[in-house]
Design a protein around this ligand. Structure first.
Ligand code: SAM
Ligand code: SF4
Length: 475
C-alpha cells in the first residue's frame, strides 16, 4: 500500500471541501452587536439541547460585553451539569515517534528543525512506557506520531496491538486513541481494524491562506487532503473521530465557526457529529517562527470554550496539559469533559528504564501542567468531580455515545455514572495514595447516595467485587 497515493480521486460529495471563508465571515459580520435578548435567546436554545446554527454561534461570538460573556459562561456551566454531570474522563498522551516530513511552522518536530533529536520508540521501549503508564493507573491513551512514511498504517496498527497486549499487575490499557497523519481509506481500514477508539486529525487552521502560510511544504501543505481526512476515516469504518483547531494561528472567531461547520458537515453526511473537539492553544516550541498576532488571551480562550460547549452540546470537549492549571480549573466547570493527566511529552519519558537515553528525550512543545495523575485526581475530587476511566461504550459497541448521553433519557444514570464510579474504585484500590483514596471513597459515596434505587444494589455489589480483586466490571 502506498502511504499517500499520488492520484487520489475524491470518491463522492462527502469528500468535497466544505469551508467557505467568506460565508463564515459573513455570519460574523451580519450578527455584530447583538442585544442581551438575542444572546439570551441563543443560550436558551442551546439549553434545550439543540446544536446551534452558524448564525446563532456567530451571535455568541459577537457577544462581547462582560455581562454577555458571563451569561454565556453561566449557560455553558448549566449545560455541562445537565448533560455531563460531574464526570471528567482522564487519559494520557504517549508520543511514539517524532520523525516528520512536514514543516508546520509552529511545531518542534518539523523536518527543518535540525536541533530536534529524532526518535521512535522501539517495541521494548514502547512496552516499558505502557507498563509505566499502567503502574500509575492509566487506562486510556492517545498515541501521537509525527507524519513520516515510517509511521505507516501497518506500523500504527502494530503499535496499537502491542499497547493493548501489555498488562502489568492489574494494569491494562482499555482504549487507544490515535493522533497521527491523515491516511487514505485503505490505510484507515488497517488502523481501524486494530481496535482503536477515536482517530484525531486537527485541521490546525481552517483559514485557507493562513493554512498555506503555516504549511509550506510536505504532504500537510494539501489543505483539502487534511480537511477530508476524517471523511476517509468514516468511509473506512472508523466512526469515532475527533476534530480540532490549533488556536493562535488565525482569528479565534473564524476557527470556532469553522469547527461548527465541520460538525455540520459530519451530521449532514453521516448523521452523527464528531466524537470530540480539541482546541490546543499554540505554545512555544523549538524553532517556533510565527508572529503573535492571533495569540489568544486566557479570557478569549475560556470564552471560546464556553461558546463551543453551547454550540455543540453533545460533543466531548478535550482540554490538554498545554494549558495552565488555572485555565484548566475554570473551563472544567463549564466546558470540558476530558483532560489528560500525568502527561509527559518527551519521547520515552514515562519509562524510567536507564537504557532509554535521557538525551533523546525531546518534546514537541512546552506544557504548563506537570501534575501527576494522582495529583490531578486528588484535585478533581476536591472539586467534587468524579474522575472516570470508563471505556465501556466503545467496547460494548455503543458508538456515538456522546450523542446517546445527550439524547437517551437516563443514559448517564444507567451507564456513565456507575462506570465512572467502578473505574474510580479500581483506581483507588490499585493506585491511589492513602489521602486520595479517602477522598475518593467519599466522592463515590456521595454519588451512590444520589443514585437511582434501580441501579444502586448492583453498583454496590460490583464495588465489593472490585475490593475482592475482580477488575473491568462495566455496564
Ligand atoms: N503529526 C500529526 C499531525 O500533525 O496531525 C500528529 C501529531 S501532532 C504532534 C499533534 C498536534 O499537535 C497537531 O495537530 C497540532 O495541533 C499540535 N501542535 C503542534 N505544534 C504545537 C505547538 N507549538 N503548540 C501547541 N500545539 C501544537
Ligand atoms: Fe509534523 Fe505534526 Fe509537527 Fe506538523 S504538527 S511538524 S505534521 S508532527
Amino acid at each position: 500500500m502506498k502511504f499517500y497515493p499520488e492520484t487520489y480521486k475524491l470518491p463522492d460529495v462527502s469528500m468535497q471541501p466544505f469551508i467557505d471563508a467568506d460565508e463564515l465571515w459573513g455570519y460574523i459580520q451580519s450578527t455584530a452587536k447583538p442585544t442581551m435578548e438575542q444572546v439570551e435567546k441563543v443560550i436558551q436554545h442551546a439549553l434545550s439541547k439543540n446544536r446551534l446554527t452558524l448564525e446563532e454561534t456567530a451571535v455568541l461570538i459577537n457577544a462581547d460585553t462582560p455581562e454577555m460573556i458571563e451569561m454565556i459562561k453561566q449557560g455553558a456551566r448549566t449545560l455541562k451539569e445537565q448533560v455531563y454531570g460531574k464526570r471528567i474522563v482522564l487519559f494520557a498522551p504517549l508520543y511514539v515517534g517524532n520523525y516528520c516530513s512536514n514543516n508546520c511552522r509552529y511545531c518542534g518536530f518539523k523536518a527543518s528543525n535540525k536541533s530536534a533529536v529524532r526518535k521512535t520508540l522501539t517495541k521494548d521501549e514502547l512496552i516499558e512506557n505502557v507498563k509505566a503508564l499502567e503502574e500509575h493507573g492509566q487506562k486510556r491513551l492517545i498515541l501521537v506520531f509525527g507524519e513520516h512514511r515510517i509511521y505507516s498504517a501497518d506500523f500504527i496498527a502494530d503499535t496499537v496491538k502491542t499497547v493493548y497486549s501489555v498488562k502489568k499487575d492489574h494494569g491494562e490499557i482499555r482504549r487507544v486513541n490515535i493522533n497521527a497523519a491523515p491516511f487514505d481509506i485503505e490505510g484507515f481500514k488497517i488502523i481501524g481494524e486494530s481496535g482503536i477508539g477515536t482517530y484525531q486529525v486537527f485541521q490546525e487552521t481552517y483559514h485557507p491562506e493562513t493554512y498555506a502560510k503555516c504549511h509550506e511544504s510536505g504532504k500537510k501543505a494539501d489543505y483539502n487532503w487534511r480537511l477530508n481526512a476524517l471523511d476517509r476515516a468514516m468511509e473506512a469504518g472508523i466512526d469515532d473521530v475527533g476534530i480540532g483547531a490549533l488556536f493562535g494561528l488565525y482569528d479565534w472567531r473564524f476557527e470556532v465557526m469553522a469547527l461548527l461547520r465541520h460538525v455540520n458537515h459530519f451530521e449532514a453526511c453521516y448523521n452523527v457529529g464528531p466524537h470530540t473537539i480539541s482546541f490546543p492553544r499554540i505554545q512555544d516550541a523549538s524553532e517556533y517562527d510565527l508572529d503573535d498576532k492571533y495569540k489568544l488571551t486566557d479570557q478569549e480562550f475560556t470564552r471560546l470554550i464556553a461558546i463551543l460547549r453551547l454550540a455543540v452540546p453533545y460533543t466531548g470537549l478535550i482540554l490538554t496539559a498545554r494549558e495552565s492549571r488555572k485555565v484548566r480549573d475554570e473551563v472544567l466547570s463549564f466546558g470540558c469533559s476530558q483532560i489528560d493527566a500525568g502527561t509527559k511529552l518527551e519521547i520515552g519519558a514515562y519509562s524510567e528504564n536507564p537504557h532509554v537515553d535521557q538525551n533523546l528525550h525531546k518534546e514537541q512543545f512546552k506544557i504548563n501542567d506537570d501534575r501527576t495523575l494522582n495529583e490531578v485526581i486528588d484535585e478533581l475530587l476536591d472539586g467534587d468531580y468524579l474522575p472516570s476511566f470508563c471505556t465501556a461504550c466503545y467496547r460494548k459497541g455503543r458508538t456515538g455515545q456522546h450523542f446517546m448521553e445527550f439524547s437517551v433519557p437516563g443514559f448517564i444514570k444507567k451507564f456513565c455514572t456507575p462506570n465512572a464510579i467502578l473505574t474510580l474504585a479500581e483506581y483507588i484500590v490499585d493506585y491511589a495514595t492513602e489521602s486520595t483514596a479517602k477522598k475518593g471513597w467519599q466522592v463515590i459515596e456521595r454519588n451512590l447516595n444520589e443514585m437511582d434505587d434501580n441501579y444502586l444494589p448492583e453498583v454496590r455489589n460490583r464495588i465489593e467485587r472490585i475490593k475482592q480483586g475482580e477488575r473491568d466490571l462495566y455496564f
